[in-house]
Structures are given as C-alpha cells and as structure tokens.
Design a protein around this ligand. Sequence first.
Ligand SMILES: [Zn+2]
Ligand SMILES: [Zn+2]
Length: 465
Amino acid sequence: MPSIDKEAGRDDKAGNTDPSTNEKLADEIQQTVKFKIRRLPSKFLAHFEIVKIVLLFLQSILIISNHVRYLGLWQSFTEASSGYRDAFNDTVYHKTGFLDFTKIHSLHLWRGWVIPSLLASSAYVVPALLCLRHELYHWKPDLLQHYLEKIEQTRIGKRVPESWLHTIFKLYESKHNQYMENKIQADRQHTALQDSQQFLKIVRVVALNIVIASFCVLALWLSLLQTKIDTRNNAPLPRSFVPGVQFVIWYTINDLFYFYPHWISHTTPTISHSLYNRVLPGKLATYLHKLFKSSHRLHHRTKANIGLAAWYCSPAEQIVFNLFPALLGPLATQVLADSLGLSHTWGTHLVTLYVWLSAAAASSVLAHSGYRSTWNDPGKHDLHHERAFHPTAAVNFGTLGLFDWLHGTKSSLPAEETKAWRAQRDRQAALWEASRRSGVPLTKEQRSTVQQPDHSLVWEEDKDS
Ligand SMILES: [Zn+2]
Ligand SMILES: [Zn+2]
C-alpha cells in the first residue's frame, strides 16, 4: 500500500503548477483504504438509488416493528388519516351535501382511494417540481435574473440586504451549473422544453393524467373490495417477508405488461425481425403497431427528458401503458391469495399498496429526470428517448429490463456509462483531494473529469409525425 506524505506536496508547491503533480497524487489517494471508505456512502447511494433505498428502509422498519419493538407508526398514520377524514366530514362541504364522506367511509374509500391517490400524486408532483427547478432555468437562463429583480422589488425583498439576495442567487446558480454537468443530453441542440405553449400543454396533460390515475386507483380498490380483502382491521402490519415477495411479483407483472405494448409501438413490423412480427399475423402486427404508436407518439414529443413529462401521454396510454401494469399486480396477488385460502397472510395489505403506488409514481418521474445524480441514474430510459424512433437502434422498452434481456432489446450502453460515470466521480474526488493537499490548482480538464457521453449520432426524428 503506498503511503502518502500529506506535507510532501506542500513542500515544493511554491511555483509548482505542473498538472501531473495532482494526477500522481490522485493515483496514490485512490489506492488508500481511507479514500475507499470515504467513497462508500456515495457508492452505496449510487448503487441502490433513492427508490430502492426508501424501500429497504421501510422493510427494515417493518422487521423492527414486527420482531424487535412495536413502533406503532402505521397505527398512528391510520388514526391520523381517520382524524382528517372526520374533520373533513364536519366542514361546510359535507354540511351542504357537496361531498358526503359518510358514504365514502361506508365503502372504506377514504383509505382505499383518497389516501393512496394523494400519496401517489404527491410522489409524482414533488420530484417532478424538484427536477423542474433546474429545467426551467436551463430552458430560459434569463429567468433567474428576472426572479431576482422581482424579489428585490417585493416588500420583504426591500428589507433583505442586497448582497444577501445576490449570494443566495449565486449559490443557486452554482448548484444549477453543477446539476447541468450531469445532464445526460446536455450536448443536444434541443432542450427538454421547446416553448411556453409546449410547457403549458405538458402541465395540462399531466394534470389530467393525475386525475385519471386517481380514478384507476378507485377502480382497483372497488375490484379489491370484491375479494376477501380485510377492510375492517387495518392496524396489524403485514408479515415481514410478504411485502418483499409481493414487490418482486408486482415489479415483474409491471415489466411484462408495460414491455409488450411499448415494444410494439416502437418496432415497425415491416422492417423488423422481432418476435411479435413472427408470432402475430402480419395485418394484426401492423394494426397494433399503428394503434400503439399513435398513442405513444405524444410521450416522445419531449426530445430530452424532463421529470414532469413522465406522464405526458394520451389518456389511453396512461391507462394501458402506465396504470394497468402497475395496478394489476396488487389485484392479482389478492385474487391468488383468496383462491389458495391464504388471504390473511398473503392478501394485499393497505400499507404495501400505499408504498407500491408511491414508488411506481416516483420511479416514473425519476426515470425521466434527464440528469444523473448520486441518488438516481435514469440512463436506461433516457437512451430509450434518445433513440425512440430510430428504426434499428431503438432500445430499452421495459422497466426492469427482464423482458428486454429476453428479446435482445436491452442496450448494455447505460450500464457501461454508469460504471464509467462512477469511476469518473471517484477520480474527480481524488483530484480535488490531491489539489487540496498539493496546493496546485486543477486544470480545466481536471475539473471536468465527469463527462456525459454523447449519443447524437443515433438521433433520428419521428418520420411519421
Ligand atoms: Zn418515457
Ligand atoms: Zn417509448
């Protein structure tokens, strides 16, 4: 193990601007155990990503609550939600008969429809807005200056020292520039948002699709009520191993029912040697391709990805592509558990349903964020959008990658790029550390060690649009 003399660089730093000093020192730093340990949290986050980390965290809470010490979190949540429902019942809306939540309560729709819809909508809207705060500025760089001037003119803005406001905006600007370094399609001529009209259209379409999602959750709940699902006593948590198994089944069902219509919509039967073209009669394959593509085309109007536009699609696509595959799993396991007489243990529990719906909504947005970060790597679906209408290079039609692997439509590029990106981040951290120790500033190239790959050669416009 090479030893590093921390002061070695400092002794001869006077006048030393040789970039190779930092390169050599960074090589040594990267070999040290201390550096490897320091990079572990970042590696852990990048490997599991935010949704899986939250799921693992919830699973460990469930194990603790079931086997170590009862935490009562779920019970508190259900009691609090009932409190909100009862408070709503006392409001003027109920008294005027505008909305009668007593009836809703009798069908358990508060817990089976209202709460999961609100959770899923929030899981969509919050990350979408977080992505948007950078995308808006990328789209119109003058927005930041505009908002700074507006804030300075407000009553509160006039009382805050000007230098403070400028510092806050400078901090945001540098955060934005950092964020832009991780934008996957940064080299493109186009941005995710083309003009204000398109932006407003995305907002309108997504708002409608959130409402549609809510009614599909209602349809799921009404279907679940036809089974032996226990709606009276929700307080006991599911057994620790059940949500894990159910999530594997639900993710697989989601991948299966998302992959095929999506694959067909992108793959032209006449030039394709794909399996669906060989299995289905020619006319049916062509009909399905045209039908799915006409619906799916809207989703690919945003050339570079943007989190908000994950559900930017026609109502038909929202139901067939996005909602049906995600909602089928919870219903299927409940029906199966019923038929096997195992509903008590293996039935769909409300807490598992809430987590699943929230995870599915958040995953949709994160897959479209268009930015690599320590918490999220949307490279797979981003490449799908980049190559969407390329006749032979279109790839990555599934969510898990299982059916893509089966049909040979999985590109190895995102995995290779993720590996390279992580190695570049490690190198960048080592270079900064080397510069701090040696006192030799990093060159421009050394400061931009992390680079997003350019796939612009395979970009192709949709010829049918
Ligand atoms: Zn997409
Ligand atoms: Zn697509």
